[in-house]
Each structure stands twice: as structure tokens, then as C-alpha cells.
Design a protein around this ligand. Structure first.
Ligand code: HEM
Length: 390
């Protein structure tokens, strides 16, 4: 570990035990150097931070999210990484139930009931540290022919992905986690995104990307055996791919609606396959129209990414829309996020197939790319990543 921990960090770490103990007790009042902190009680919408897996992955997409990739400082080895993970664990336990992180300098910003979650990942560099081994099925992502990667959105040794239904809570949690990481790692890139997984009446919906496509229909459903075998490695971990994909809304807008639909093979109105009538109808990849043409084209995105043309392999996508404004200029895109037990056998062949032939390539450009191992969850008294870096 570099430098000496700040007073706040020392205080924070000492406060972790109190924070952990308090979770089960419901209402909590932590002491703080600026005075008393309001009582916080987890509300039903807050997920338990404990469990076999990191909890956000199988949960409904949050409205707001921020990802931060960090670079390890040269002096951060296995033992220091373990210290950071214990610090982050105490932050996650507190913030996830709406309580201030240990030593929080803005405790009023920690509020319950916003479904705040934190997901943590390790990039490839972590597994080159003495004493660590890269898990099977994990690798960096090779550069694809259509990629135009920018260093400012690419790579990273550690990842934090914070989600909540309230943007202020996300910013606050990120601020705390990054501050606690300062002696060990420094931010490399940050990405902010948003997603609507809930209709105005509160019912769950699949959500739309900024091309107006219903995006996520083909996903395995959380809670099913298919989801479990797609996402979880035997040790409870998974892998996450982060791709920042610029969408050219201007040239996309020049297409007719039916051209837009043909590029994916699904309808814009409700996401139904061009061969079906309802969103969750199975794709019929053999069906032809009266002229004998395949209704879901050879180069349609939903065909090329379908499990039946990928040796039965699936992934679990959970993208976020983004906009990036520079003065009067706006860039729009998708922070493509995909979870899979084995990145090498599930994700890479699919990515290569899409890079070679996907109709969507004409209107999309990947400008950032990163991959992380997402360690298993932890139980009360345990800490995140212990099986890998403990
Ligand atoms: C350019 C950014 C992308 C956009 C706008 C996009 C959009 C879509 C849309 C609209 C669908 C159909 C609805 C659905 O099943 O969710 C879809 C399906 C899918 N996409 Fe993408 N996608 C993008 C990139 C990718 C990438 C990079 C991959 C993986 C390497 C991927 C993998 C999949 C998969 C597996 C399906 C489900 C196919 C099925 O089983 O029906 N997509 N995507």
C-alpha cells in the first residue's frame, strides 16, 4: 500500500465492524466527526449485500448507473488489494442499505429505498500480481476490425459499477468508493448511463436503447436454470464485458422504419421477431416471405447473435444508454454490458461473428472495451473477492 492511510480512512475502517453489525439490527446511528448522523433503516427495495453472487447482476436494471475503471498503483500487491477489498466491503454493506459509508463526509446523501447496488470487478492485470492466478475462461478482448478504441474508454485493473434509482445516490457512492481506493488505485475512466426497465405504471419492461429498439428480449431470465448456467461459474463468479458503442443517430434516422427493423430482425413497436407477433415469440430463422427471402436476414443482428448459430452459447446483456455532450455537440450510444460464466467460449466467438457480418455495424462504432472478473458474493463477516485475493 502506498502512503499512509488518511484519518478518514483509519476512522472508516474502524467503523466497518459497527456498520456490518448494524445491518441486521435495522435502524442505525453511526457516530461521525461532524456530529450525529441520521438514523437509516434499509427499505424493502434495498437488496441484501450478502449472497452467493454480487446482487446487482440478477436484479432489475437501475435507472442510473456509473462505472469507474481504476488502475492499480505500482505498489499495490495482493495484500494491499485485500485491504482495499475489505474497505470496499464495509462501504458496500453500509451504502447498499442507505447508511453512510464508514467515515462518510457527506452522510446525509446516503438514503435508503433507492435500490443502490455496487458491483466490483478485477481486470486482467490483477491476475499477474504475484500469488494470483487468472481464472479459467477469462481473457482480455482482442481488437475487432470495426473497433475504433480510444484509450480513455479502454481497459482497467479494477471496476466499480454503482447503480441506483436515484442519480445523487450513485454519485455519492462512487465518490466514497473512489476516495477509499486512493492509496491503492486511481481512476482510469468513468462512464455514466441510464436505463428504463420500468413503465410509468411501475410494471417491468425490457427497456429501449437510443436506436428505439427494445433491447434485452433474448436474454435468459434471472431465476431460471438457463440464466444460472449462462452467468455463473462454479465458484459463484462471472465475467463482465464493457463496450462503449457509439450509435450514429443521424444516419440511423435516414433509414425507413422497415430498414431499421430488418437490420435486427425484430419490430420496433414491441420487439417481436419479424416472424412473430409478440415480444417473446421465438425467432423463426428459416421462415421466408412470398418472394422466398429469409424474413430474418442473413446479416440481421438477432440472427447472428442467436444461441442457435453460436453453438448454443448465450450471454446476459444489461446495457445502459449514454449521452456525451461537448458544447453543443452530442454523442449518443450504448454502454454494452454482458455477463457470462466463460468469456472466452461464450462471448468472444459471438463478438467475432458480429464483427464480420452484423448489419448494425454500419451505424455503430465501438470506442471503448474492457473485461473484468466479477468475484462471487460474500456473507456476513466475509469480504468481497476473498476467494481470489485472500
Ligand atoms: C451496437 C450495439 C448493439 C445494439 C444496438 C444491439 C441491439 C440489440 C437488439 C435490439 C437486439 C434484439 C432484442 C433482444 O434480444 O434483446 C439484440 C439482441 C442480441 N444482441 Fe445485441 N446489440 C448491440 C451489440 C451487441 C453485441 C456487441 C453483442 C455481443 C457480442 C450482442 C449480442 C446480442 C444477443 C446475444 C442478442 C440476443 C439474440 C437472441 O437470442 O435473440 N449485441 N441486440
Amino acid at each position: 500500500m502506498t502512503g499512509r492511510p488518511s484519518r478518514r480512512q483509519l476512522f472508516g475502517y474502524a467503523g466497518a465492524a459497527a456498520a456490518g453489525a448494524a445491518v441486521t439490527g435495522g435502524a442505525v446511528a453511526l457516530s461521525h466527526n461532524s456530529g450525529a448522523v441520521p438514523t437509516r433503516t434499509p427499505l424493502p427495495r434495498d437488496l441484501s449485500p450478502y449472497g452467493e453472487h454480487q446482487p446487482a447482476i440478477a436484479a432489475t436494471s437501475p435507472k442510473h448507473a456509473e462505472l469507474v475503471a481504476l488502475t492499480l498503483l505500482p505498489s499495490t500487491g495482493k495484500a494491499a488489494l485485500g485491504r482495499l477489498m475489505r474497505l470496499w466491503t464495509s462501504d458496500i454493506v453500509a451504502l447498499g442499505s442507505g447508511r453512510p459509508a464508514p467515515g462518510d463526509t457527506a452522510p446525509e446523501l446516503a438514503v435508503p429505498g433507492v435500490a443502490l447496488t455496487v458491483t466490483v470487478g478485477f481486470g486482467a492485470k490483477v491476475f499477474t500480481l504475484p500469488g494470483l492466478t487468472r481464472p479459467r475462461g477469462f481473457s482480455d478482448i482482442p481488437v475487432m476490425s470495426h473497433d475504433r478504441l480510444q484509450p480513455g474508454w479502454t481497459g482497467g485493473d479494477l471496476l466499480i459499477l454503482v447503480g441506483a434509482d436515484d442519480a445523487v445516490s450513485v454519485v455519492h457512492a462512487v465518490q466514497r468508493l473512489v476516495a477509499d481506493a486512493a492509496p491503492f488505485a486511481k481512476p482510469l475512466w468513468r462512464q455514466t448511463g441510464f436505463w428504463n426497465a420500468t413503465a410509468p405504471d411501475g410494471s417491468p419492461v425490457t427497456g429501449r436503447n437510443l436506436f428505439n429498439q427494445v433491447d434485452g428480449t433474448g436474454n435468459p431470465a434471472p431465476g431460471t436454470p438457463e440464466f444460472d448456467s449462462t452467468v455463473w461459474a462454479p465458484d459463484g463468479s462471472t465475467t463482465l464485458v464493457v463496450r462503449r458503442i457509439k450509435l450514429n443517430l443521424q444516419t440511423w434516422d435516414e433509414l425507413t422504419r422497415s430498414e431499421q427493423e430488418r437490420s435486427v430482425g425484430r419490430k420496433l413497436s414491441d420487439g417481436a421477431p419479424l416472424t412473430g407477433t409478440a415480444e417473446h415469440d421465438e425467432l423463426d430463422l428459416e421462415k421466408r416471405d412470398a418472394d422466398g427471402r429469409l424474413m430474418i436476414a442473413e446479416n440481421a443482428h438477432a440472427r447472428l447473435s442467436h444461441h442457435s448459430v453460436n453453438d448454443g452459447r448465450r450471454i446476459f446483456r444489461k446495457g445502459l444508454n449514454y449521452v456525451h455532450d461537448t458544447g453543443a455537440t452530442r454523442e449518443s450510444g450504448l454502454i454494452f454490458l454482458s455477463y457470462q460464466a466463460d468469456l472466452v467460449s461464450q462471448f468472444l466467438p459471438m463478438l467475432a461473428r458480429l464483427d464480420a457480418a452484423d448489419a448494425l455495424n454500419e451505424w455503430t462504432t465501438t470506442i471503448g472495451s474492457a473485461a473484468f472478473v466479477i468475484p462471487a458474493g460474500f456473507s456476513e463477516g466475509g469480504w468481497l473477492g476473498r476467494a481470489l485475493v485472500g
